[in-house]
Design a protein around this ligand. Structure first.
Ligand code: SAM
Ligand code: DTB
Ligand code: SF4
Length: 335
């Protein structure tokens, strides 16, 4: 056996170091990754993954929708937009004790991070008071906290940081070129500005996107390049496969070839070596085999629990069985 390859595949269990000068990626560079023979792409992704992480440990985040539906944005994929009739019931912000009970149940089920999502364009002052209480209480349970509340101003990022929020999720969603086909009520720069504020306040950035919305390969590569060129790139990168919800403008979009989804994960891993790449929405529609390929491609995080925000996710028991079958384990167990 070639000893050099053994050197390459030794897992490093303490990720977190980042290259002093991160590599800049052109859209063409990322496109070239997508066009590699599948085995070559997977090999490169595995090399990068194993240089930076224990390849068998998976981080588990549980999501809760703390405010559902009736959103004033027109995101074409989203069942919670007031522009689309999807049958999602509008629900006002949950009480703190309901959120804490859900977080505790998630912790007991094995999750290490709890992510609170709200169908807002941006939170109001009153909304922020409630969220701050939730973040403090969930942190008090010893879990990592994440929130996704829409656009934020400077004061709000500081409030969240002071409450102890570990991660703020705000997705770029797609490439700048395709963005206008999907959303018209806020622009790409608004998203970049919010990410910048989150970074400046000192919180970890969670930002990714959705594939399978009808974008072409260049546009898919464009999303990955945008994320990879953020300085620094996000600590957490959710890659969602579009969940097609009846009543949304994207409900009839043609399915993305599952291997192209796997390639997107691999490209994210190669271009953002120390990021946690999350195999996010769309797992309920995915076979175990494709999910296993995603882990091989460098995904090392999932949403864990029966529900995403308004749509379904695999049962926790099924996920535990899948991880066991693959010889993988939750990060919380490994620590
Ligand atoms: N309203 C806030 C915002 O948009 O920033 C936070 C919640 S929003 C639902 C969070 C993210 O969920 C979106 O940015 C999008 O990437 C993802 N998402 C929403 N609907 C989806 C769908 N049908 N399929 C896949 N991902 C979806
Ligand atoms: C992310 O990138 N995906 C999650 C989370 N961040 C907030 C949301 C997925 C939502 C899927 C559709 C739904 O359940 O409403
Ligand atoms: Fe609103 Fe967020 Fe859905 Fe867009 S993705 S419609 S901002 S809840």
């Amino acid at each position: 056996m070639n000893t050099q390859s053994i050197e390459f595949i030794r897992p490093v269990k303490q990720p977190g170091k980042r290259p002093a000068t991160p590599q800049r990626w052109s859209v063409e560079d990322v496109e070239a990754l997508f066009k590699l023979p599948f085995a070559d792409l997977m090999f490169r992704a595995q090399q990068v993954h194993r240089e930076n992480f224990d390849p068998n440990a998976v981080q588990l985040s549980t999501l809760l929708s703390i405010k559902t539906g009736g959103c004033s944005e027109d995101c074409g994929y989203c069942p919670q937009s007031a522009f689309h009739s999807t049958g999602v019931e509008n629900r006002k912000m949950l009480d703190v004790d309901v959120v804490v009970a859900a977080a505790l149940a998630a912790k007991q089920s094995g999750a290490d991070r709890f992510c609170m999502g709200a169908a807002w364009r941006e939170p109001s002052e009153e909304d922020m008071a409630g969220v701050v209480e939730m973040v403090k209480a969930v942190r008090g349970l010893g879990m990592e906290t994440c929130a996704t509340l829409g656009m934020l101003n400077d004061k709000q990022t500081e409030q969240l940081r002071d409450a102890g929020l570990d991660y703020y999720n705000h997705n770029l969603d797609t490439s700048p070129e395709f963005y206008g086909d999907i959303i018209s009520t806020r622009d790409y720069q608004d998203r970049l500005d919010t990410l910048e504020r989150v970074r400046k306040a000192g919180m970890h950035v969670c930002s990714g996107g959705i594939v399978g919305m009808g974008e072409n390969l260049t546009q898919r590569a464009g999303l990955v390049a945008q994320l990879a060129n953020l300085e620094p790139y996000p600590e957490s990168v959710p890659i969602n496969n579009l969940v097609k919800v009846e009543g949304t403008p994207l409900a009839q979009t043609e399915d993305l070839d599952p291997l192209d989804f796997v390639r997107t994960i691999a490209a994210a891993r190669i271009t953002m070596p120390t990021a946690r790449v999350r195999l996010s929405a769309g797992r309920q529609q995915m076979s175990d085999a494709i999910q296993a390929l995603c882990f091989l491609a460098g995904a090392n995080s999932i949403f864990y629990g029966e529900q995403l925000l308004t749509t379904g996710n695999p049962e926790a028991e099924r996920d535990r069985a899948l991880l066991e079958k693959l010889g993988m384990y939750p990060l919380a167990v490994q620590q």
